[in-house]
Design a protein around this ligand. Structure first.
Ligand SMILES: NC(=O)c1ccc[n+]([C@@H]2O[C@H](COP(=O)([O-])OP(=O)(O)OC[C@H]3O[C@@H](n4cnc5c(N)ncnc54)[C@H](O)[C@@H]3O)[C@@H](O)[C@H]2O)c1
Length: 255
């Protein structure tokens, strides 16, 4: 990512304390951006920020719940207050708790999954776009999933919440195309992160068996393989990319 230049720019990453978000936060920093890490787990976010500082970068931790509009508004206002602008945002925080089948899923779990995965992305864009317009434009990447594009049994709330991001990303891209704001969706496949490893540890599935059966490249992705697509999509090198649904999944969705 060294050939991408974010010097003088400001990026924010939600869910930047762990997994894919942490890798993106480090990626933006490596390219010279000052990075705000918005996460409801402040300890993980501080850890990620320390890695950035250790690498000679600048990071700001903001304990944020993306499903809470006041929390999101306050975090984005703080970024602008501290750094004076917002150029790039990766709306990545997401959850995938076990729900069981469509019939068994509780209303409480359904609402929580949508509140974080879908409403959270909308709330972040709502406040980021205003900040970006004040900075002369910007780029947003939302984190979808292979589950934005196809079904899998027993995760209907997750699949529906991630499918919704396809429409939300496209509409937002259309609404702001003339204003210098690009909006894209990156859809990871199977990526070794704490989220995935926790599910495997709980006995839902074996990552290796799952990968062999469903990923044409026959391996799981690493967080930095998703992060490099996100950082690129937010950079000037992707200046004509908007409304795109970009699968980064070792070929999973085409199989
Ligand atoms: N790991 C995979 O295989 C995979 C595949 C497809 C899509 N994704 C998506 O990638 C994104 C990141 O997942 P990951 O695997 O890195 O998971 P992760 O659990 O390692 O990281 C998620 C981060 O989001 C934060 N978070 C959760 N709820 C939040 C909230 N309400 N407000 C603020 N922060 C919150 C967590 O504290 C954590 O730091 C998610 O949207 C997930 O759905 C992951």
């Amino acid at each position: 990512m060294k050939n991408i230049d974010f010097a003088g720019r400001v990026a924010l990453v939600t869910g930047g304390g762990s997994g894919i978000g942490r890798a993106t936060a480090l990626g933006f920093a490596e390219c010279g951006a000052r990075v705000a890490i918005l996460d409801h787990d402040a300890i993980m976010a501080e850890e990620a920020a320390q890695l950035i500082v250790d690498g000679g970068g600048e990071a700001l931790v903001l304990k944020t719940d993306v499903s809470d509009e006041a929390s999101v508004a306050n975090a984005i206002a703080t970024v602008v207050e501290k750094y004076g602008r917002l150029d790039a945002a990766h709306n990545n925080a997401g959850i995938s708790p076990d729900t069981g089948s469509t019939v068994d899923c509780t209303r409480e779990l359904w609402d929580r999954i949508f509140a974080v995965n879908t409403t959270g992305v909308w709330l972040c864009m709502k406040h980021e776009i205003q900040a970006m317009l004040n900075s002369g434009g910007g780029a947003i990447v939302n984190t979808g999933s292979v589950s934005s594009l196809r079904a899998a049994p027993y995760i209907s709330a997750y699949v529906a919440s991630k499918h919704a991001l396809v429409g939300l990303t496209k509409v937002t891209a259309l609404e702001h195309a003339e204003q210098g704001i690009r909006v894209n969706l990156v859809c990871p496949g199977v990526v070794r992160t704490p989220m995935l490893e926790k599910k495997a540890d709980e006995g839902f599935f074996s990552i290796d068996e799952y990968v062999q059966g469903s990923v044409p490249m026959k391996r799981a992705g690493a967080s930095n393989e998703i992060a490099s697509a996100v950082v690129w999509a937010c950079s000037e090198q992707a200046s004509y990319l908007t409304g795109a649904i970009l699968s980064v999944d070792g070929g999973m969705v085409i199989a």
